[in-house]
Design a binder for this molecule. Structure first.
Ligand SMILES: NC(=O)c1ccc[n+]([C@@H]2O[C@H](COP(=O)([O-])OP(=O)(O)OC[C@H]3O[C@@H](n4cnc5c(N)ncnc54)[C@H](O)[C@@H]3O)[C@@H](O)[C@H]2O)c1
Length: 433
């Protein structure tokens, strides 16, 4: 199968590389010259564990290529995936579909008869219809199909998620598109990964419903964590108590500073808009969005309160900036709200993140970037763990105590046990315990 991937970001690069690893011939296209130049030069433009080796081996095997020139590869393609960004449209919360539609316009005159265009980007219900309309309008004689194949990979575990997915969702309105997609994903059936075939609209909505449900689960346990703090219960006991119920499930029940990232914030907003548009308002999702936004803002206050409220001339060490571990992605990270709240309160912020420092510099200004955790803690009045990087799970607390002005650890990811931290002479503030 000859596959073209339009958009070589987190999703396009990982899925394109994995498809090549399945044995397909894949060309990843992007408009961003610096990304394609880096890839042609053997460098990976994003941080994703294991991706460098997989790209290297598939390039060496001649199955994976990169180009800026869509016209040189599209006429040969059996399947064309759209994996461009669908950020929030400024001002109204809708998904901004300009990149999806631009890709459709651009590819239309280059497609061959029988080509299947597959939307992998997260797009609102009905986007496939519009992509189909755009291509048909430009090329009325062309025989083509449009399908939806939403992606569920998680940054930081993307390759494993792609190679061993819980399921693959295929949204098709014709048999040819289904056959092509079944053929593309055939290697996964060896792992018993189910391929769920449904209508294009159902597939488009499945992705949003999944993300909204997960965002709800996180927000639910965060609210329970707040209640635990008030009533003197440990949220981990409660999460374990409910998560062992197979109807509920244990995952996504870790309390923290609120969800962020490249998907949940924008996808919950876009789903709300779809609900409004079709006259089926989604009140639960609306509350989730509101509660999560409040929570991210409240985390700065939690740190200030932990410092006793007296913050004049104080310094905080922020450990972790990315929205979760094992990525360099800063999109909508809770660290942004926390760092701003601290900075606006006049606190000096010394920050360290294993992979997110460069991306962070473009997003938050006014921070002092440090070379490691201990450098960040040097002369600080509190250490605040924002991201659950492994590097922060086993800090040398004796050394940390020497670096800090006062031994205060605010652990927004509950990485430590209170007993262990307090034994080292620290004051320990966690979430929901
Ligand atoms: N990041 C994730 O973890 C994740 C997971 C599941 C689904 N998704 C969805 O996948 C889509 C892509 O997300 P991402 O994080 O990979 O985005 P990204 O911003 O990392 O990458 C998108 C890429 O598309 C390129 N691009 C835009 N228009 C183009 C065009 N016309 N031709 C060629 N290249 C073009 C951009 O230059 C960019 O490199 C989004 O809809 C997102 O919601 C993301």
């Amino acid at each position: 199968m000859r596959i073209v991937m339009i958009g070589t970001g987190y999703v396009g690069l990982v899925s394109g590389t994995c498809f090549a690893d399945f044995g397909h011939h894949v060309t990843c296209v992007d408009k961003d010259k610096s990304k394609i130049d880096a890839l042609l030069d053997g460098r990976i433009p994003i941080f994703e564990p294991g991706l460098d080796a997989l790209v290297e081996s598939n390039v060496a095997a001649g199955r994976l290529e990169f180009t800026l020139d869509i016209a040189s590869v599209l006429p040969e393609a059996d399947a064309v995936f759209i994996a461009v960004g669908t950020p929030t449209r400024r001002g109204d919360g809708h998904a901004d579909l300009q990149y999806v539609y631009a890709a459709a316009e651009e590819m239309a005159p280059l497609l061959r008869d029988g080509a299947v265009v597959i939307d992998k980007s997260t797009v609102p219900v009905g986007t496939g219809d519009e992509v189909e309309r755009i291509i048909a309008e430009k090329c009325p004689q062309l025989q083509f199909s449009v399908a939806s194949n939403p992606e569920f990979l998680r940054e930081g575990a993307a390759i494993d998620d792609f190679m061993r997915p819980d399921r693959v969702v295929i949204g098709v309105n014709d048999e040819h598109a289904e056959e092509v997609l079944q053929e593309i994903y055939r290697p996964l059936t060896r792992n018993d990964s189910p391929i769920l075939v449904m209508s294009r609209r159902a597939a488009e909505l499945t992705k949003y419903a999944a993300n909204a449900f997960l965002a709800t689960k996180i927000t639910f346990i965060n609210e329970i964590a707040d209640l635990c703090e008030k009533v003197g219960a440990d949220v981990h006991d409660v999460a374990h108590g409910i998560g062992t119920d197979s109807r509920i499930g244990a995952r996504f029940l870790q309390p923290g500073p609120g969800y962020g990232g490249s998907c949940f914030p924008k996808d919950t907003l876009a789903l709300l808009q779809t609900g409004q548009q079709y006259g089926a308002p989604l009140q639960i999702v609306g509350s989730v969005v509101e509660v999560n936004n409040q929570r991210k803002r409240a985390m700065g206050e939690k740190v200030i309160e932990a410092m006793g409220g007296d913050i004049a001339g104080k310094t905080v060490a922020l450990l972790g900036l990315t929205f979760k571990a094992n990525t360099d992605d800063m999109r909508d990270s809770p660290s942004i709200d926390i760092a701003r709240a601290l900075r606006d309160a006049g606190i000096t912020v010394r920050a360290y993140d294993p992979e997110g420092m460069e991306t962070s510099k473009a997003v938050i200004d006014g921070l002092t970037y440090c070379k490691d955790s201990y450098d960040a803690m040097s002369g600080a009045d509190a250490a605040v763990i924002v991201t659950e990087w492994d590097a922060f799970r086993a800090l040398d607390l004796a050394r940390a105590k020497e670096m800090l002005n006062q031994p205060l650890l605010v652990d927004l990811r509950n990485l430590y046990s209170r007993h262990d931290v307090e034994k080292q002479g620290f004051r320990y503030v966690a979430v929901g315990r």
